[in-house]
Design a protein around this ligand. Sequence first.
Ligand code: ADP
Ligand code: MG
Length: 390
Amino acid sequence: MDVLETLREAFQKRYGAPPETVCFAPGRVNLIGEHTDYNGGHVFPCALSLGTWCAARRRTDGTVRLATLNIPRSGVLRHPLGYRAKPGSRCWSRYPEGVVNAFRHAGFSIPTGMDLLFYGNIPSGSGLSSSASMEVVTGAVLRVLYDLHVSRVRLAQLGQYAENVYVGVQCGIMDQFASAMGRRGHAIYLDTATLRFEYAPLHLSDCQIVVCNSRVKHSLASSEYNLRRSQCETALAALRTVREDLPALGALTPEEFEAMSDAIPDPVCRKRARHAVYENARTKLALEALRADRLEDFGRLMNESHVSLRDDYAVSCPELDLLTELAWTTEGVVGSRMTGGGFGGCTVSIVKSRALERFQTELGRVYRERTGLEPEFYVVEPGDGVRRLV
Ligand code: ADP
Ligand code: MG
């Protein structure tokens, strides 16, 4: 049975009526441009064919009921419209409820409660942004149910607002933007400072994009994330003592940065800024490489990105380093790097189709031997952004 049928049946069973609409929003993988989004730089994600579905129906009262097929025995949650989880809550419903609150905060009229049922096929917490896809799909069903005029870019922004304010994760706009704006067969070259973007056709010829889930998520991920953000802010403030009008680290070329980096007194903050500047430059070069069909160059830039994330930004971990090092020495691998925030989660690799099987068995075998963990592989297709299915 396909997902749509399963969802409709489960919806009927839980809520006693069929859904008025079903929408889908994808997860994303970022090919290059990591930890640049909150530094006013460029990112280069593509949406996936994996994602989150939401079936929904308006109610006549002010109650919001929520359920997910992903958490066994999680039952149906029942909250008043406008409900806000207590600080520190880990409940999954704070993502969709955050979106409802973000819409209301932005002045959209949501006059009734609703019944929502979610299902997702993204491995959650692995850096493929199940959270953003859940936020964007929630926005999409609100748009349908209440006939709201919200552009897809706005859906992304409201999703980000929900995650920042109601979930408490200070993420940039990339994940939600990719989920809302993805295009099949394309990656999105996005300037996070201005939201100017262009679609870049992913001519992968005889290659595939392979995501490998390390199956680890180190607990320091979110505290270190917030620390990196503040280190970058410190570096930016220091650079502003020599260039007052500098808007963001992403505005600097590597040459400009090298000429003024001594203004950052703390060597750690200097390294963090160095990553932000060079990673942004690499992302521009990656776009050019893709346009010129120089996939080998694109791969080399991915490898350099990993080294920079490992050494200058210090957001990798032994498991991610092992996976990328194994990939780099495997025949038929064009490029490989960690993707997402770091401290676990996934790597993304571009692999020749003929080498795909060996890539998975060899990497899997050595990784298992050295870590005792079973990695997961996903051969992903760049897919379309959010859409209404029913
Ligand atoms: P990522 O976005 O990389 O997958 P996050 O930690 O940001 O990781 O988000 C994962 C969280 O999002 C899950 O722990 C869960 O609370 C919520 N979530 C995502 N998808 C679903 C789903 N289909 N059903 C219920 N909760 C979900
Ligand atoms: Mg997330």
